[in-house]
Design a protein around this ligand. Structure first.
Ligand code: AKB
Length: 315
C-alpha cells in the first residue's frame, strides 16, 4: 500500500482526492494536510496534519512522522487570485513544488502528483483541439508558474529519475467543496445559485467557451495516472486532459432543463481577459493512448448530478 500525504487537502480537488484515496488504500494510509483547519470535514474524518507547503521542514517532518512515500501537492494560488497577488502566487506555487521535487530527489519520497492546468496556454496557442505539444505563452502569473513547473517536473525526472506525474486540469466542477480564486469557478457557483436563488450573474460573457470536467472524472484520471506503470507515463511535463467544453449560455440552458425559471445575466470582469487567453477545446489523445484515460460525464449528466446533490445539501 502506498503511504500518501495530500498537501492542500482542504481545497476543492484536495478534499475529494482525500476521500477517494482513503476508500482506495484505507484511511490509515492517507494523511490529509493543509495550512489551517478550515475544512472541518477533512480535519475530523481521518488523519490530518497542519503542513505549510512553503516550508520544506514542515513537509519533511510530516513525511518522516507518517512514513510517507507518495505526495499529492494540491496547494496553489489559482488564476484570478494570482493576478491580485502575483508574488505570493509565484512563491506559493513554485516553493511548494521545489520542496516536494527535492524531497523526491533526496530519496525521502518515491512518487509525486502535481497538477498543472490549461492556464499554461496563452493567446498564441491554437484554441481549438489544443495539441499536447504546442506554443505555451501564458499571460497569468498562475499560468507562468504552471508552465515553468512543468519544465521543472520534466527536468527532475530526466536528471534525477524523480517519478513525478502531472495533468493539465481544465475547470473542475464539483459540489462538496467550493473552488477558490479560479476563472472557471463560475461553472460551480452557477449551480449553487441556480438551486438557491434561481438566478446567477456570470463574470464571463455568454459565449466564452472553456474546457471543463466533472470532479469524478478528474479524480479517476488522477488515480489512473498515478497507478499506471512507469513506462506508460511517457510525458513527464504534464498531460493534456479533456472531457467537455461549454459556454455560460450552454450551461445555463442545461440547468433550465431542471429549473425552468432559472435566469442568467452577464457582467464580465477582469476574469474575462484570462478566459479569452485560454483554449476552447483540448486534444488529450496522448492521455487516452498512454494510460487509457476516458471521461464519463457529459454536460447533461453532470448537471443532473450537481442539481440533485445540491438540492439535497440545501434541503
Ligand atoms: C482556474 O480557473 O484558475 C483553474 C484552472 C483552470 O486551473 N480552475
Amino acid at each position: 500500500m502506498p503511504r500518501i500525504l495530500i498537501i492542500g487537502a482542504g481545497g476543492q480537488i484536495g478534499s475529494e482526492l482525500t476521500y477517494r484515496l482513503r476508500d482506495l488504500y484505507g484511511s490509515e494510509n492517507i494523511v490529509a494536510s493543509d495550512i489551517g483547519y478550515h475544512n472541518t470535514h477533512i480535519v475530523n474524518s481521518g488523519l490530518f496534519e497542519i503542513v505549510d507547503a512553503q516550508d520544506y521542514a514542515s513537509i519533511k517532518i510530516c513525511i518522516e512522522k507518517h512514513n510517507i512515500d507518495t505526495v499529492y501537492l494540491l496547494a496553489a494560488m489559482l488564476s484570478a487570485t494570482g493576478e491580485k497577488y502575483p508574488m505570493k502566487a509565484w512563491d506559493l506555487n513554485m516553493n511548494s513544488l521545489f520542496h516536494v521535487l527535492n524531497l523526491a530527489k533526496d530519496g525521502f519520497i518515491k512518487q509525486i502528483f502535481w497538477p498543472s492546468s490549461i492556464a499554461v496556454f496563452g493567446p498564441t496557442t491554437p484554441v481549438l483541439n489544443t495539441p499536447q505539444h504546442t506554443v505555451t505563452e501564458p499571460t497569468t502569473v498562475y499560468g507562468i508558474t504552471k508552465q515553468v513547473g512543468e519544465r521543472w517536473c520534466e527536468y527532475y525526472h530526466n536528471k534525477y529519475g524523480v517519478d513525478v506525474r502531472s495533468l493539465r486540469y481544465p475547470g473542475i466542477i464539483s459540489w462538496k467543496t467550493m473552488p477558490g480564486g479560479g476563472t472557471t469557478d463560475y461553472a460551480v457557483e452557477i449551480y449553487h445559485k441556480a438551486v438557491l436563488d434561481k438566478q446567477y450573474e456570470c463574470f464571463l460573457s455568454e459565449n466564452t467557451k472553456l474546457p471543463m470536467m466533472f470532479m469524478n472524472d478528474a479524480i479517476e484520471a488522477t488515480v489512473k495516472l498515478m497507478q499506471a506503470p512507469s513506462e506508460s507515463v511517457k510525458i513527464r511535463s504534464s498531460y493534456n486532459l479533456a472531457a467537455i467544453s461549454f459556454t455560460p449560455k450552454e450551461i445555463s440552458e442545461a440547468i433550465q432543463k431542471h429549473i425552468p425559471d432559472f435566469k442568467i445575466t452577464y457582467e464580465p470582469d477582469f476574469r474575462q481577459d484570462i478566459a479569452n487567453s485560454w483554449p476552447k477545446t483540448i486534444d488529450d489523445s496522448s492521455a487516452r493512448t498512454d494510460w487509457n484515460w476516458s471521461h464519463n460525464y457529459s454536460l447533461e449528466k453532470m448537471t443532473e448530478e450537481m442539481i440533485t446533490q445540491l438540492r439535497h445539501k440545501y434541503k
